[in-house]
Design a protein around this ligand. Structure first.
Ligand SMILES: CC(C)(COP(=O)(O)OP(=O)(O)OC[C@H]1O[C@@H](n2cnc3c(N)ncnc32)[C@H](O)[C@@H]1OP(=O)(O)O)[C@@H](O)C(=O)NCCC(=O)NCCS
Length: 201
């Protein structure tokens, strides 16, 4: 399964990508916003190669489950440069509910930020989720994570409100914002737009 526009390609993770994931997770923002936190909001120790391989194996198992369930809970794509194949980041489906509501997340390696890659990945992933029949796609973003808020807005998501004290970071409660897109009102949907996804099996 590959999704691509003219700039990036999304493809499933492979164990060979573990080193890239380990390096990416040395970034404090990725550890904070995408890593595992304990109940007081302290991040897990840095990922090891074995830890990254275990994460990738879980993605692979979720892809296999998707082949039978047709609902992509827990699947993740590596974001790559469409021309060179170089790894850039990750986007993945955190959950697909019984009511066909999908939630996803993303990160971009620190050295590849600010070039629109996350916005492109969010658009490609959202389009794919709507094609699979999602009735709603949403993102949760810790208040103050302005780079991620900018991605959500540029990818056509609507701000729906802030869940006060929904998160915790290093002992302090923090607010979490919610952004969502609905298929009939999503502005990036429909034929003819310049970044329309091409999909290959
Ligand atoms: C959030 C993240 C994925 C954005 O990746 P990216 O590839 O740089 O995103 P894009 O280039 O598509 O868009 C970034 C937008 O945010 C803006 N931006 C970047 N840093 C910003 C900041 N500190 N404050 C405000 N806007 C910011 C950029 O200017 C750009 O908007 P513009 O094109 O209108 O100028 C990346 O910063 C990241 O991985 N952060 C750490 C992990 C994380 O926060 N994940 C998301 C969890 S919800």
């Amino acid at each position: 399964m590959t999704l691509s526009d003219e700039v990036i390609a999304l493809r499933p993770w492979s164990r060979d990508d573990a080193g890239f994931m380990v390096d990416a997770f040395t970034d404090p923002a990725i550890r904070r916003y995408n890593g595992v936190l304990d109940r007081r909001g302290y991040p897990a120790p840095p990922l090891s190669i074995a830890g990254a391989e275990a994460v990738i194996d879980e993605f692979t198992a979720n892809w296999q489950a998707f082949a039978t369930t047709a609902t992509p809970s827990g699947v993740a794509f590596a974001i790559t440069d469409a021309r060179s194949g170089d790894l850039i980041g990750c986007c993945g489906v955190d959950d697909w509910s019984k009511a066909d509501v999908a939630q996803f997340g993303y990160w971009i390696a620190a050295s590849a930020r600010g070039r629109g890659y996350a916005t492109r990945a969010a658009i490609l992933l959202t389009r794919w989720l709507f094609e699979l029949g999602a009735a709603r796609v949403f993102l949760t973003i810790v208040a103050g994570n302005e780079a991620s808020v900018a991605v959500a807005r540029r990818a056509g998501f609507e701000y729906e409100g802030t869940m006060r004290s929904h998160g915790v970071w290093q002992g302090e409660r923090c607010d979490v914002m919610r952004f969502a897109a609905l298929p009939h009102e999503w502005p990036m949907r429909g034929p003819g737009e310049s970044d329309r996804a091409t999909e290959s099996p």
